[in-house]
Design a binder for this molecule. Structure first.
Ligand code: NAD
Length: 498
């Protein structure tokens, strides 16, 4: 049994609120341990530690700061297998996929080693007589991140690395469903030389989140999770005068043009639709073949692939995907399949009855595939977040792009085609933040930014890439004058460049 308290002031501390909940192991439904649920006082203790440590860290030269990130990378390499094991056991994804989760986080850490360059300001020599203008980027102070269950390594690292590289102190409130890896990440940062107090992990639920929203010393909040919570945090955080970026849910379409290479398309679709049991914000949950002939060719190849998906425990290296994260998530996803059937969609592959031999208490279901889904159905409109793929048949390319554009969500989208013209038109007109051309999961590489449009994102700066350094710093612009003998007397009109 592992009791996760909090990580405050450079060490693990026990929770004192008297509230905690179980951390489950989805592959067999056993209890792995507990996680403390913080009170406002515990959050405040973390803020006090962060506030005390931050000025010294901000005053540390930026190259020395990023050396801690370099050392951290070395330490994670040492612990890679152990971290992936914790992650897979708490989340349910396979160990191979858990390694990908960690790796995508590390790639952002690597890019953050360039923080000294990214934080450089600008300089204009001689903007006026004896006048020079320069800008500088300074850390915000104490900042916080609130992260979801589905990438317990990657998303915390996307936030921690740029925030601390820029000289901030960071408070992470990870998902209460899989806190093990975030806690270990904090320990590894201390071992890498990060001063105590610069990275704190406060475990908890809504009470801890509300304490973050109300705390006057927290200057910025980065959130990733479902859209309703993203909206809540964005509006309340902004009203409190904080800098806030919130990334929400998704319903990612894959448009399949008549000229697409169908073998390549089906390979891409099966991985992007069902990998990690569909619990990815960039999972493809809607396939949109253009024309009935394309749809029929797609279904001919896709149905047997969905029927033969291999579901298994997280520790089975031959499994395509593992269990869902909780018993509630399993019931919710199965409930959506029931809704789809009652709405009149054609359930071509039904994975609801799947049971994993020897792991009967795990949260498993098989892959589900719906055909003839229409835009008015709930299974099309709402995020299911499970191994359920909907096929919406579009008569024309214009209908297909309209579907993606009219959908409330706009996180990711893909087009599969051999036609450069169509792909180019699609990339330009589609109202979605991240676009794949023959790439099913277009998560941008770490030195580009990540973020959706519409109800998938609130705020105006994306995650990682250049936006991360903007989000975690504030710009100061200095206009300086060394008059060298120029005397122009008192000025009562606004200075201009005339
Ligand atoms: P969630 O919204 O339930 O939880 C996210 C965080 O918010 C957690 O830390 C949780 O403790 C906290 N939270 C939950 N309910 C709250 C409440 N009522 N008040 C205050 N805080 C609350 O999301 P999840 O189930 O952990 O993650 C899955 C969701 O995240 C999906 O919708 C998925 O699409 C989305 N997601 C989005 C992105 C993206 O970049 N857009 C990336 C990953 C996941």
């Amino acid at each position: 049994m592992i009791d996760n308290g909090h990580f405050i002031g450079g060490k693990r501390v026990a929770g004192t609120s008297g509230r905690k909940q179980d951390v489950m192991q989805p592959m067999d439904g056993t209890v792995r341990g507990t996680v403390a649920l913080a009170s406002q006082a515990e959050l405040r203790a973390a803020v006090e530690n962060a506030k005390a440590a931050q000025p010294g860290w901000a005053a540390t030269n930026p190259q020395r700061r990023v050396r801690v990130l370099m050392k951290f990378l070395e330490l994670v390499a040492r612990e890679y297998d152990a971290l992936a094991d914790i992650l897979a056991r708490e989340h349910g994804k396979t160990i191979a996929d858990a390694k990908g989760d960690i790796q995508r986080g590390l790639e952002v850490v690597e890019v953050c080693i360039g923080a000294p360059h990214m934080m450089k300001g600008e300089f204009t020599d001689g903007a006026g007589p004896g006048i020079d203008v320069y800008s500088m980027r300074q850390p915000l102070g104490v900042v916080a991140g609130i992260t979801p269950f589905n990438f317990p390594a990657m998303i915390p690292l996307w936030k921690i690395a740029p925030a601390i590289a820029c000289g901030n102190a960071f408070i992470l409130k990870p998902s209460e469903r899989d806190p093990g890896v975030p806690m270990r990440i904090a320990e590894l940062f201390i071992e890498a030389g990060l001063p105590a107090g610069i990275l704190n992990v406060v475990n908890g639920d809504k009470e801890a989140v509300d304490a973050i929203l109300d705390d006057p010393d927290i200057k910025a909040i980065g959130f990733v999770g479902s859209t309703p919570i993203a909206q809540y945090i964005y509006s309340r955080g902004c009203a409190a005068g904080k800098r806030v970026q919130c990334f929400g849910g998704a319903k990612n379409h894959m448009i399949i043009m008549p000229d697409a290479d169908m073998d390549q398309t089906v390979d891409a679709l099966i991985g992007a639709g069902y990998g990690s049991a569909g619990e990815r914000c960039m999972a493809i949950s809607v396939a949109v073949p253009v024309g009935n002939d394309t749809a029929n060719r797609l279904m001919e190849k896709l149905v047997p692939r969905v029927e033969s998906l291999k579901v298994g425990p997280s520790t089975d290296s031959s499994a395509d995907f593992g269990p869902l994260v909780t018993a509630q998530a399993l019931e919710r996803v199965k409930g959506y399949v029931d809704i789809g059937v009652s709405e009149g969609a054609k359930l071509v592959v039904d994975g609801r009855g799947f049971s994993m031999q020897g792991y009967e208490n795990g949260y498993y279901m098989g892959g589900c595939l719906f055909d003839s889904v229409t835009a008015d159905m709930r299974i099309y409109k709402e995020e299911i977040f499970g191994p359920v793929l909907s096929v919406v048949r579009a008569p024309t390319y214009e209908n297909a792009i309209k579907l993606a554009n009219d959908h409330e969500m706009g996180n990711g989208v893909a087009i599969f085609t051999r036609d450069g013209d169509a792909a180019r038109d699609f990339a330009s007109r589609v109202q979605v933040g991240m676009v794949g051309i023959n790439v099913p999961i277009p998560v941008p590489i770490a030195y580009y930014t990540f973020g959706g449009w519409k109800a998938s994102s609130f705020g105006d700066l994306n995650q990682h890439g250049p936006d991360a350094f903007r989000f975690y710093t504030k710009t100061k612009t200095v206009t300086s004058r060394w008059p060298s003998g120029v005397k122009d007397g008192a000025e009562f009109v606004i200075p201009t460049m005339n």
